[in-house]
Design a protein around this ligand. Structure first.
Ligand SMILES: Cc1ncc(COP(=O)(O)O)c(C=O)c1O
Length: 434
């Protein structure tokens, strides 16, 4: 049990035995977490933190939600793991429950374990359906660190693992704040898309299968595409017979104040994927598509199966998570929390010149630091220092874009008092470097 060890003893063990392959961190340092409830986690020394990262975004329903705990207990009494090829009751019920809330026509789900494998499955389906093999993705999009997912992740963590399979192409980011085409114009005119598709058409082998994208780019720095961008992207895909795959790992299931981000954009994707808080903290993901696409993929002999696909325990946790999302009206909760937190960020922006941009919505928001609001020179070291100071003072969030952006993902359980406290911690941290 962790209470038999001190922090130093555990760090010493970690230095000797843990593989240091973590994102954003190579040193072995504290805090070491041992407990969590709602929006708070506690480290081994008893210090509490506001978790505005929701764990790794997977605890957005709140740490150790009692209904998730209950679902795990039920599965522990009935069936934890089952045959991958044969059906179990939990996965069938989950698929039917999910179909009640998915965008129109997207009724068919398969259940996997991680965001990466749900995206791999989505791309495999698109390849089977179209007969193509080429996939494009915006340069700020993140889709995971399995080989196929990393191959279409151009927002970082891409180099040094190749050669990848052929046919993965970056397209330009709809990053209005820094867009070379439209940052000084009143609106985006989709020049980025036109240029991207001109290049794609030129370099493609004529076998494009699809585009995979996040509807709001989280790991890339909380970048919101301008209105209409997703619709324009879908149009360009349709003209070429390419499928649109939306990765809603971070944006779906109520987080942005609607059940799906695609809904707010008025776009229905061909395939979409979910993971993160889908299992209320338990590892489960889904790849979801239409009857027609499923039918054709199956006809061509598509098989996607892993040892833990459709496990009853993870599916039962996901059923509980859907119950929580619907019964606790989490769409409205995300909207309410999002507006209040945005208010804090905007006030901080008025007080601190260092904050160049405030963006995102619902439970996924960010700020970008610049040394000068006109030149927009990124304030990398200041952002890193602010992130470190916040952590020391009990606020967890993620540092993105090498330090120039901070991302906040407070759980749905977060109260106004907790947001006031978080804003205070952030305010002090920014003042300390300004
Ligand atoms: C949008 C998005 N897609 C996919 C993934 C990969 O998910 P996983 O780490 O579960 O493989 C992530 C992880 O952060 C993500 O943010």
């Amino acid at each position: 049990m962790p209470d038999n060890y001190t922090e130093e003893e555990l760090l010493d063990l970690a230095r000797r035995y843990s593989f240091r392959s973590r994102m954003d961190r190579s040193g072995v340092t504290g805090p070491i977490f041992v407990w969590g409830r709602g929006s708070v986690v506690r480290d081994i020394n008893g210090k509490e933190y506001l978790d505005f990262n929701s764990g790794q975004m997977c605890a957005a329903l709140g740490h150790n939600h009692p209904r998730i705990v209950q679902a795990l207990q039920e599965s522990a009494e009935s069936l934890i793991h089952s045959h991958m090829t044969m059906y179990n009751d939990r996965e069938i019920i989950l698929a039917s429950r999910l179909a009640e809330i998915t965008p129109p026509g997207l009724n068919r789900s398969m259940f996997l374990t991680s965001g990466s494998d749900s995206n791999e499955a989505a791309m495999a389906i698109a390849k089977r359906y179209t007969g193509g093999y080429e996939i494009a993705s915006p340069v700020v999009s993140f889709h995971g660190m399995s080989d196929a997912a990393r191959a279409v992740t151009f927002s970082g963590w891409h180099g040094g693992y190749g050669p990848y399979a052929p046919g993965n192409y970056p397209i330009m980011a709809p990053y209005r704040y820094r867009c070379a085409f439209c940052q000084d114009r009143p609106a985006c005119d989709y020049t980025c898309l036109d240029s991207s598709f001109e290049l794609l058409d030129a370099q493609s082998d004529g076998r494009m299968a699809g585009v995979i994208t996040e509807p709001l780019f989280s790991a890339g720095g909380v970048i919101e595409p301008p209105p209409g961008w997703l619709q324009e992207l879908k149009l360009r895909c349709e003209r070429r017979g390419m499928l649109l795959i939306l990765d809603e790992a971070q944006t779906g299931l109520a987080k942005l104040g609607s059940m799906w981000a695609s809904e707010q954009e008025g776009v229905v994707p061909d395939i979409f994927t979910i993971s993160k808080h889908f299992g209320g903290g338990i590892a489960i993901s889904a790849t979801i598509t239409t009857d027609e696409i499923e039918e054709k993929a199956v006809e061509t002999g598509l098989v996607v199966a892993h040892s833990h696909s459709n496990d009853p325990l993870t599916c039962n946790a996901a059923i509980a998570s859907l119950d929580i999302i619907l019964e606790e009206n989490l769409v409205d909760v995300a909207d309410r929390i999002g507006r209040y937190w945005k208010g804090h960020l905007q006030q901080l922006q008025q007080r601190h010149e260092l904050i160049g941009d405030v963006r995102g919505r619902g439970l996924l928001q960010g700020i970008e630091f610049v040394t000068d609001r006109v030149t927009k020179e990124p304030a990398y070291s200041q952002g890193q220092q602010i992130g470190r100071t916040c952590l020391e003072n009990g606020l967890i969030m993620s540092i993105r874009r090498q330090g120039s952006a901070l991302r906040f993902v407070p759980p749905f359980t977060t109260t106004q008092d907790q947001m006031d406290l978080a804003a205070d911690i952030l305010d002090h941290a920014i003042s300390s470097v300004s």
